[in-house]
Design a protein around this ligand. Structure first.
Ligand code: BZD
Length: 799
């Protein structure tokens, strides 16, 4: 395909799909026209993949996730199809800057954080590997809220990504299912029959997901909610205009907004309805496809692997039993075994408050038949394991973790440490009863988006050095390792990092009005704001550093820009206080002429996938400082490492495996281990003890408390300060000195530019294992029992 083809297709779409001619085209029109022209090139491989999957009559994977944090799609598609130069040329020949066209696309924020982004990386890898499958989720009208700061305080505003037409999706009005809620269950001739009293329609919207070099494409199918009878004409004719549209509005609430809560179960009925809505629609779709190809429902597990991304789709177990038993007449026990044969469950958290539990009365009101089925599963499990102590139903609640575990044939954690903790803590009892069920699948990230698209400077250097095959075979990054002793390579590696840092500095100047020195260390912490992730430890260390520089302005300091990014759940008061504190500290420190050359704090609002793509390639230092035992895996940590930012971090989540692979000497370790954290918490007054032992920490806390950063307001940070002084569940105080010392080791290392770059390059060379291709291969072999339908890309001749 040539540039001329893509150009003429783009112009054709501009004219016939957008109704514009070039002289009058806005950047929106060009972006849409180019997207449609690129999308056209996905259709043939998409159809071919669908046909190949049908022809194979084999197994397919269905990835059920409440969240797919896909971000922008145009550049991703262009990269995967190898159309970068052509697309750039098309834009330029139309008089538009390529980057501006790409930036016109809304960032589809259909997720909160790691869990949603993992689902998006998995789709990319499944398509790259030729693993036939679908992602199933919800087409939220409003994704994660937009964040802005008013006097340093987080303000949430609705996200409006669907104001413009979504270029990548195909609406499928013919694929529509009625999803029932409420009502009663009655006995009919000894059979239990659900008589619901409500129905909402689930309509499919398909987005093709193209893999590397367009060799395979799967489908992301998102469900939108609609009313069965959308418009009440009688009400309208009576002049009741609001009442006339009420049924539509009510039905649509189900797919209206993404819950912005990644911490605790909101306990809202709407959330339960969302979960059932998309799970039920997906299962109906899966069975429809299966029944079109096969007769015997008992064969389902040989053809269908359903992965539950956390417990959010856990109702899939009882719903599948309901479909097989109530609707298709399979006996209950066979239905339960059949469902279990299909289901896998991924756990993403150990935090007790984040494990979903629904009150039985609520489940009974919304899904009465499911509650009965859950009761029967629980009883069956109790009969099989009379001395067990793990219940699905307990204290008037339905425990969705236990339900997911019992209904899945495989349960997995997302890093080696996390999986061990899953076995030892949340599911200890169930693990004892089912010792072969839990497996580990350490997370990964797609190098197509996180290196090839996000970091063109590094992509070019790697390609020039080891050829093109690394993109679909990331372990080949290890071939870079001998080059770290080659001065020419290391100069180029440093130049690539410098290019990215200058680009970030330019963006910060243009969008935030902040000037930063690209020679300073870019020290970055980007993730959801949460006490366990300990952004407050980072800002306290920033204050302590500020104090130290002020005391000795002529000392040997290392210039640093501390960059933060992230949103807090709107109802999480302490996290919002931490955001305010970071902004307040930044305001004071950035205004200090004494420290200005050494220390700056920057917090651009509205962190999202697009911002991550900008920040990560420009990072020198990756902050992964969670309380050990709390971060299930982390995936940002992997993106930073492959983009050449060494980690300062604790032995938590996948940090452990990153350190093992990049080498302890290329990782700045500090802090207590998970067992030490547990022990430390039992020490009465551990926080006060740690503060007494650390004058630096005591001073920083006192400054926050006494209003140094809040114009004398001693109330503003009472929540954070009192919590740290008297409670400190996340052991910030006890880990503080270790963190400080590690940061000084970082300072010293950064003052040796060659040594630092070597460390950065070794992080890149040794992080190939963290590709989500490796993760998906693991799921295919150990959870899904499925083989790819295309040959490995690494078998292809180099292009
Ligand atoms: O999942 C995250 C974990 O915290 C990370 O350690 C891990 O790397 C990723 C991927 O496995 N969990 C989430 O992101 N969780 C949520 O976003 C979430 C959303 C809704 C409700 C509960 C949790």
């Amino acid at each position: 395909m040539t540039h001329a083809d893509l150009r003429s297709d783009t112009l054709r779409h501009l004219e016939f799909s957008l109704g514009k001619d070039l002289p009058h085209a806005h950047v929106y029109d060009v972006r849409m026209a180019l997207s449609l022209a690129v999308r056209d090139r996905i259709i043939t491989p998409w159809f071919a993949s669908t046909r190949a999957a049908y022809a194979a009559r084999g197994k397919r994977v269905y990835y059920l996730s409440m969240e797919f944090l896909i971000g922008r799609l145009l550049e991703d598609a262009i990269v995967n199809l190898g159309l970068m130069d052509e697309a750039r040329a098309v834009c330029e020949s139309c008089g538009f800057d390529f980057a501006t066209v790409l930036a016109n696309e809304p960032d589809a924020a259909l997720g909160n954080g790691g869990l949603g982004r993992l689902a998006a990386c998995f789709l990319d890898s499944m398509s790259t590997l030729g693993c036939p499958g679908h992602g199933y989720g919800i087409r939220y009208e409003h994704g994660l809220f937009q964040q802005r700061f008013e006097d340093g305080v987080q303000i949430e505003e609705p996200e409006e990504w669907l104001r413009q037409k979504h270029a990548w999706e195909f609406e499928r009005p013919e694929v529509m299912y009625g999803i029932a809620f409420g009502g009663h269950v009655r006995d009919h001739d000894g059979r239990r029959v659900w008589e619901p009293d409500e129905q909402v329609l689930a309509k499919a919207h398909d987005t093709p997901v193209i893999g590397w070099r367009g060799r395979w494409a799967n489908t992301l199918r998102l469900w939108g909610a609609e009313a069965v009878h959308g418009f009440d004409l009688a009400a309208f004719n009576r002049g009741d205009y609001m009442g006339a549209t009420a049924p539509e509005a009510l039905a649509r609430t189900i797919s209206r907004v993404l819950y912005p809560d990644d911490t605790s179960d909101a306990g809202k009925e709407l959330r339960l309805r969302q979960e059932y809505f998309f799970t039920a629609a997906s299962l109906r779709d899966i069975l429809r496809r299966f029944c079109g190809e096969h007769e015997d429902l008992a064969a389902l597990p040989r053809h269908v692997a359903i992965q539950l991304n956390d417990t959010h789709p856990a109702i899939a177990g009882p719903e599948l039993i309901r479909l097989l038993h109530d609707e298709h007449g399979m006996d209950f026990d066979t239905a339960e075994d059949t469902a279990r044969g299909c289901l896998g469950y991924t756990n993403h958290t150990l935090m007790p408050e984040a494990l979903e539990r629904w009150p039985e009365w609520l489940m009974d009101r919304v899904l009465p038949r499911h509650l009965e089925i859950i009761g029967r599963i629980d009883e069956g499990h109790a009969r099989a394991h009379p001395h067990r102590n793990a219940h699905i139903l307990s204290d008037g609640n339905v425990n969705m973790g236990e339900l997911s575990f019992i209904m899945a044939h495989k349960v997995n954690g997302v890093s080696a440490l996390h999986t061990d903790l899953v076995k030892d803590t949340v599911f200890a009892e169930l693990h004892r009863l089912h010792p072969d069920r839990i497996v580990n699948q350490t997370n990964g990230v797609t190098p197509r988006r996180w290196i090839v698209a996000a970091n063109p400077a590094l992509r070019k250097l790697v390609g020039d050095t080891i050829g093109p095959r690394w993109v679909s075979d990331l372990e080949r990054l290890s071939e870079l390792e001998p080059h770290v002793d080659d001065a020419g390579f290391m100069d180029a590696y440093a130049a690539a990092k410098r290019t990215n840092k200058e680009a970030l500095a330019r963006w910060l100047r243009e969008t935030q009005g902040v000037t930063v020195n690209p020679a300073a260390m870019f020290d970055i912490q980007i993730k959801r704001i949460h006490e366990y992730k300990r952004q407050h430890m980072n800002i306290l260390e920033t204050i302590a550093l500020w104090n130290a520089i002020r005391e000795d302005p002529n000392g040997e300091w290392t210039p640093r820009v501390k960059i933060f990014g992230g949103k807090a759940a709107p109802g999480y008061v302490l996290a919002k206080e931490i955001i305010h504190l970071i902004n307040d500290v930044g305001r004071v420190i950035n205004a200090d002429p004494v420290t200005r050359d050494w220390l700056q704090v920057v917090y651009p609002p509205n962190y999202n996938v697009t911002m991550a793509e900008r920040l990560i390639p420009a990072a020198d230092l990756s902050e992964q400082i969670s309380t050990a035992g709390k971060e299930a895996s982390g995936t940002g940590n992997m993106k930073f490492a492959m983009n050449g930012a060494p980690t300062i971090g604790t032995l938590d989540g996948a940090n452990v495996e990153i350190r093992e692979r990049v080498g302890a000497e290329n990782f700045f370790l500090f802090g207590m281990t998970a067992p030490e954290v547990v022990a430390r918490r039992t020490v009465e007054g551990h926080a006060a003890q740690a503060i007494d032992a650390s004058p630096r920490l005591a001073q920083a806390l006192e400054q926050v408390a006494s209003g140094v950063f809040s114009d004398g307001d001693t109330d503003r940070y009472r929540g954070v300060v009192d919590n740290l002084r008297h409670h400190d569940f996340f052991v910030v105080c006890s880990d503080f000195d270790g963190y400080w010392d590690a940061q000084r080791r970082v300072d010293a290392a950064f003052r040796d530019p060659a040594g630092w770059m070597r460390m950065a390059a070794l992080n890149t060379a040794r992080s190939g294992w963290f590709s989500s291709d490796r993760t998906i291969r693991g799921y295919m072999a150990e959870v899904w029992d499925i083989a790819p339908l295309i040959a490995p890309a690494s078998d292809l001749a180099a292009e």
